[in-house]
Design a protein around this ligand. Structure first.
Ligand SMILES: NC(=O)c1ccc[n+]([C@@H]2O[C@H](COP(=O)([O-])OP(=O)(O)OC[C@H]3O[C@@H](n4cnc5c(N)ncnc54)[C@H](O)[C@@H]3O)[C@@H](O)[C@H]2O)c1
Length: 353
């Protein structure tokens, strides 16, 4: 493989569904270079062959032979912390797929390792690199919606049956849509609206009859007093999910609908069609008066590439991680609080990490 000599060198650890995508993206950019792939499954050697890089079965073996500047960790979530700590001890910066870990104790080990070794940790909440989400955040921060009142989130989608062939996806503690999928939306809500203080959730396994939940209803209290609600299901044909509407991943069916409605006292925003609704300049305020709809044009792009470019700038010390270990741990804390609330039937205060 030929690459620019100043390209940032990266290894991918765990090259399954998302890791193989990272490996391909890394090998396609000229600001970085893929140096090796590690995966415990020998069949994944095919991915390394396709990318033209050495393949190792264990991280120890990889670390004996290669010295990448950074590693992208895309193993199942339960292996994230051990892998990240091992990389940190070798001075290798890490981009850890979300969730940062499967427990807060494991997340804490990653935070501590980063502090002790000085390595950078970027957590793969890639949606924060999506220009749609960034623009929505700016609309809110510019005050265009006024003080926020609430947010309504629909995450309704139909996973194919074979998605659940992988055992870790259908078993606690790593499996289920709260930790695998909704953690994205919860992280985005924190990014858009501020810290989540309390959650109250009900979960159901009725549609798929698995040990993990397939559907959830979540009531959210934000630290700033704003309210939120999420209705989520991975077992229903619906066009109303981030995946279907944001159009960032060609793997999903896309449609021009909305998945979040963000409400303020001065206006409201339908996301990701980026429609702002409010009273016209001269119009009076009240339910009998017409609302105007204004659509913000936002260019779409692949946030995984934007995230990768950001990770390389973090490695070259021109930027600090947009989602560091503590921030990633806080989004995990919210997702775990959702599961705890669903299990106990009580509201749960989200601990600060
Ligand atoms: N950002 C996103 O949108 C996104 C999308 C999918 C998955 N993810 C996250 O990425 C991670 C992987 O998910 P996936 O769906 O690709 O899983 P997957 O099972 O398809 O892939 C995981 C790979 O890791 C390998 N592996 C397991 N243990 C290992 C170890 N100790 N060392 C090296 N390799 C090991 C497995 O053989 C497998 O090839 C999860 O944490 C998941 O939450 C993120």
């Amino acid at each position: 493989m030929h690459h620019h000599s100043d390209a940032t060198t990266l290894a991918v650890i765990g090259a399954g569904s998302i890791g193989s995508r990272h490996a391909e993206l890394v090998s396609q950019q000229d600001f970085c270079a893929l140096v090796a792939i590690c995966d415990s499954d020998p069949q994944v050697e095919a991915v390394a062959n396709r990318c033209g890089v050495p393949f190792y079965r264990t991280l120890g073996e990889l670390l004996c032979h290669e010295q990448p500047q950074g590693a992208i960790i895309a193993t199942p979530s339960s292996a994230h912390a051990d892998t990240a700590v091992a990389c940190a001890q070798q001075g290798i910066h890490v981009l850890i797929e979300k969730p940062i870990a499967d427990t807060l104790t494991a997340a804490r080990r990653v935070i501590d390792a980063a502090q002790q070794t000085g390595i950078a940790v970027l957590v793969g909440h890639h949606r924060r690199h999506n220009r749609l989400l960034r623009e929505a955040r700016e609309v809110i921060q510019r005050g265009e919606l006024g003080p926020l009142v609430g947010v309504s989130v629909l995450w309704a989608i139909c996973k194919p049956t074979e998605y659940y062939d992988l055992a870790w996806r259908r078993q606690p503690p790593s499996g289920g849509p709260a930790l695998i999928n909704l953690i994205h939306d919860l992280d985005s809500l924190r990014f858009l609206c501020g810290e989540i203080e309390e959650v109250y959730a009900r979960a159901s396994s009725a549609a798929r009859q698995l040990e993990v939940e397939d559907s959830l209803a979540i009531s959210i209290g934000f630290a700033n007093g704003m309210l939120g609600s999420i209705l989520a299901s991975d077992a229903t044909p619906s066009p109303w999910s981030y995946e279907a509407t944001a159009g960032e991943n060609p793997h999903y069916f896309h449609t021009a609908e909305n998945c979040y409605h963000i409400l303020g006292t001065a206006g409201s925003l339908a996301f990701p069609q980026m429609e702002i609704w409010r009273y016209g300049e001269s119009a009076q305020r009240g339910w009998q008066f017409p609302l105007t709809r204004h659509r913000l044009p936002v260019p779409r792009g692949d946030p995984l590439i934007a995230q990768l470019a950001h990770f390389c700038r973090v490695l070259n010390e021109t930027e600090t991680p947009l989602v560091d270990a503590r921030d990633g741990a806080q989004s995990l804390a919210v997702a775990l609080a959702v599961l705890e609330s669903a299990a106990s039937g009580r509201p749960v205060t989200v601990p600060a990490t």
